[in-house]
Design a protein around this ligand. Sequence first.
Ligand code: ATP
Length: 349
Amino acid sequence: MAQIMLRGVTKAWGSFIGVDAVDLEIRDREFMVFLGPSGCGKTTTMRMIAGLEEPTAGEIQINGALMNDVDARDRDVAMVFQSYALYPNMSIYENIRFPLRMREIPRAEHDALVRRAAAMVELGDYLDRKPRALSGGQRQRAALARAIVRHPQVFLMDEPLSNLDAKLRLTMRAQLKHIQRELEITTIYVTHDQIEAMTLADRVAVMNKGKIQQLGTPDEIYNNPNHLFVAGFIGSPAMNLIPGAIADGTFIGPDTRAHIPGIQSRQGVVLGIRPEDMDVAAPEGANLISKIYSVEPTGDQTLVTTWAGEQLVVAKVDRAFRQALDTPIAFKFRPDRVFLFDEASGARI
Ligand code: ATP
C-alpha cells in the first residue's frame, strides 16, 4: 500500500526553476504517468520522489510520512531507467538477486524470489546468461525483474522502453501494464511519448515548464484538454489549431467558419479540431473550404492535408478516399468536438 503526496514541491538551480510548486496526490496502486516535452521537469520530479534529488521547497510524503529527510535507500522505491544498468559481469540470476542481498533478505528466500520475478517477465530460461548475451528487450525485462524482486512499495520508471525498437515497445508496454496490475504496486512512469502515456496510465499528469498543466485520465486529457498546450501535445496527428476571432456567434479564421452557439465576440481565439472529427462534406454549410495539399493512405485510414490560410490542417478520412492534389475539398467539424482557446493565455474558453 503506497500513497504519495507532493505539496509545493519545487526544484531550483540558482534562478532557474526546473520544477515549480507541484501539488499532486498519487493514489495507492495507481499507474501515474508524467508526460511532457523534454525539459519540462518530469525526471526531476521523479528523482525527488526517489530521494536522488533534494527539493528546494515543498513536502514529499509516502503514506503520510514525510520523506524529505529520508535516505533514498530507505524509501522502499525501485527504479527502472532507460539504460538498463545491469552488471555486465554478473549473470541475469545474480543481477535480479542483487537488491535482495543489498536489503539483507534471508538467503533461503532468494532463490524463490528471483525465479518468481524472472518468470513474471518470462526470463526463466535465461538466468545463467550474462547481460551481453541477451537482446535489448530481454535486458530491459531483466532490469524490470530486478525492480520487481523485492516487491517495493513504489515503482519509478524513467522512459524504460525508449531504447527498444517500435515492435518490442508495444509488447513490453502491454507486459508492463499487466505486471503492474498483477503486483498492485503504485507506479510513476515518466515519458514524452503520448501513446505510451495514454495506454499505460490510470491518470496522466501533463507537464509543461515545471508545472502540471493538466491531471486526468487519458480520456479526460484527450477529450477535454484544459489548455492549448495539452490540446496540441496529445493526439497523433496532433489537434489542428486554427487562429481567428469570434464575431456574431461565429468563429472566423482562414478558410474557416464555425457557428458556436451562445458565444461572445472576441479577438485572439484558437479553434481546435482533431483530425478524426473532420468529415468531408459539401461546400454549403461546411466549416473549412479549401483544396487538397496531400493525400496519405496509412492502410486503415487516409490522412488528407489541406490549407487553412497559410497553415496546414490534417483530417483523418475513410481509407478508400483518393483525390488529386489541389482538388477543392470541404469539411464539416463535429460540433461537440470543437474546442476554443484564448490565444494569449492558452486557457480553454
Ligand atoms: P527529458 O525528457 O529531456 O528527460 P525532463 O522533463 O525529464 O526532460 P528534467 O530532466 O526534469 O526534464 O529537467 C528539467 C529542467 O531542469 C531542464 O530544463 C533541465 O535542463 C534542468 N536541470 C536538470 N538538472 C539540472 C541541474 N543539475 N542543474 C541545472 N539545471 C538542471
